[in-house]
Design a protein around this ligand. Structure first.
Ligand code: HEC
Ligand code: HEC
Ligand code: HEC
Ligand code: HEC
Ligand code: HEC
Length: 197
């Protein structure tokens, strides 16, 4: 066969393959939530609070190191500062009004695992994993953007890596599933009932 025609056919095949990969990518990303960033009923900015004003995460998400869930702060926490700070601004008066009316207040949930997955914050915080490892650079976000999907593979990949971090690497054979993280012994199991009952 003529060499030029063969080359032309390869080029067409290559273009078709690239188009298929792009279409597949688009198709799959329709099923992930990465980039999900719902508007909140009050425009609350993490950049302004955790970033510019350096308010620690746990000032508002108190008890995350103990609780299974990391609670979203109630409006009473906001009013602790905003009964004074910026209290003449319309947006703060809106918060004060919602607080004083005692109506339950609903923020729009961003991160969400399916019901059949057991996740607790506490072992992760205790192991010294930063909030940002899982939630991205929250302190630079005006509106929270979902940065991780937490498909099963992502949880398990980290669990595997944690268990096999040096300096414990040499110990793997002797002491399977035990390593150290920030000096603490770490046990991040990968068997099914760790995350599913
Ligand atoms: C001044 C209080 C305050 C501080 C400080 C704060 N947060 Fe928040 N956080 C909130 C409020 C209120 C919400 C709910 C509204 C929203 O999603 O923006 C929230 C929501 C979140 C969410 C999304 C929860 C969901 O719906 O899935 C994450 C993740 C989060 N915060 C992480 C952090 C991290 C990490 C830090 C520190 C870098 C931090 N927050 C500091 C008040 C705070
Ligand atoms: C190992 C990963 C990981 C780390 C580290 C982590 N989170 Fe989360 N976070 C998650 C996952 C996964 C969810 C969704 C949980 C669910 O749907 O049950 C979540 C949910 C949340 C929520 C929504 C409410 C809730 O409790 O479900 C807030 C707020 C939050 N995280 C704040 C924080 C803060 C603040 C830190 C650091 C002190 C932190 N997270 C560290 C993975 C992590
Ligand atoms: C530890 C103190 C503190 C807490 C708690 C706090 N804030 Fe703030 N907030 C501030 C500071 C400081 C500013 C910036 C003030 C400025 O720059 O004028 C601010 C600014 C704001 C603004 C912007 C006001 C404007 O006019 O643009 C909003 C909205 C706001 N906060 C909402 C909230 C909400 C909602 C909560 C509770 C989830 C909360 N804040 C909790 C200290 C706090
Ligand atoms: C960035 C790394 C990392 C990610 C991502 C991560 N984990 Fe973990 N996880 C750990 C470490 C480290 C431990 C062990 C902490 C210890 O030794 O106490 C742990 C422990 C746990 C435990 C407690 C195990 C026990 O002892 O009973 C559960 C449950 C768990 N993880 C579930 C999850 C789920 C579900 C996800 C995904 C949504 C996830 N983890 C994502 C690092 C991670
Ligand atoms: C470290 C935590 C973790 C471990 C260990 C784990 N899973 Fe999962 N699993 C998850 C998470 C998180 C999801 C939800 C994924 C999503 O929302 O897409 C999930 C989802 C699933 C699903 C639903 C289908 C899917 O893929 O979404 C099945 C079935 C499942 N797991 C089976 C297993 C089996 C069998 C094992 C043991 C070999 C196992 N899991 C171990 C975290 C884990």
């Amino acid at each position: 066969m003529n060499l030029r025609i063969v080359r032309e056919q390869w080029r067409i095949l290559l273009i078709v393959v690239i188009l298929l990969v792009l279409a597949g990518w688009k198709f799959l990303s329709a099923f992930t939530n990465i980039g999900y960033s719902p508007e909140q009923p009050i425009p609350f900015s993490h950049r302004l609070h955790a970033g510019i004003n350096h308010i620690p995460c746990q000032y508002c998400h108190a008890g995350v190191e103990r609780a299974s869930q990391s609670p979203i702060p109630g409006l009473n926490v906001c009013m602790g500062c905003h009964s004074v700070v910026d209290n003449q601004r319309p947006v703060i008066q809106e918060i004060a009004k919602a607080y004083n009316s005692n109506q339950p207040f609903h923020w729009v949930r961003v991160y969400h695992l399916p019901e059949f997955v057991k996740f607790r914050h506490s072992p992760h915080i205790d192991a010294g994993i930063a909030c940002q490892t899982c939630h991205g650079p929250v302190e630079s976000m005006d509106q929270i953007v979902e940065t991780h999907q937490f498909a099963m593979g992502e949880c398990i990949d980290c669990h595997r890596q944690q268990n096999f971090l040096p300096p414990a690497a040499e110990r793997i054979h002797r002491d399977y599933q035990l390593s150290t993280f920030h000096g603490h012994p770490v046990n991040a199991p990968t068997d099914c009932n760790t995350c599913h009952s």
